[in-house]
Write a protein that binds this ligand. Sequence first.
Ligand SMILES: C[S@@+](CC[C@H](N)C(=O)[O-])C[C@H]1O[C@@H](n2cnc3c(N)ncnc32)[C@H](O)[C@@H]1O
Length: 173
Amino acid sequence: MKIADEIVKSLSDIIKNKKILEIACGDSEFSLSDSKYASEIFATDISLERFYRRNIKEIPDNIKVYEMNAAELKLKDEEFDLTFCYNAIGHLVEMKDLVLSEMLRVTKKGGLVVLIATWTMDKKILYELHENWVRKDNGKDLRYMQNSKYSILIIEKNFCADQDTLAAKTGRY
Ligand SMILES: C[S@@+](CC[C@H](N)C(=O)[O-])C[C@H]1O[C@@H](n2cnc3c(N)ncnc32)[C@H](O)[C@@H]1O
């Protein structure tokens, strides 16, 4: 089983029937795997070149792809139940606060922002994010798990969180 399939299967309970955004989707391997469970998926990347190069024969009906900068999402507030970043945070590290802030903005209240890493560089960033937030506010909105293959950081968008709280949380003042 591919690692993306394995991770999606482990998260299937939270993905089932949800409206999902993936940022920096690359060739969309993760979203394709998600599509077995989700109701609707927006797979986005700053360039869809890799997606089109993959030449997928049949794109599932519940996936739409858009070219979009993760630091400036052209999407409404609170549109998605779940917002994923799979194996891309290392490539966005210079703008990670902005990207996280955008991911939280477009996620519904009570929804989840989920960061997943299988590469050492990305795993290290997830670990540091988790540690920083735990130090800042006890990490009450966070779930962090790791095994020998991957790390997952789940951030719950607080029901009462307003934009100022989110900005402070992501370090974007
Ligand atoms: C290492 S690849 C990961 C792609 C995919 N998630 C995967 O696992 O195959 C990093 C991706 O980040 C995308 N990317 C880089 N900067 C970006 C930005 N500002 N906004 C959105 N995507 C970006 C790249 O185009 C590339 O597809």
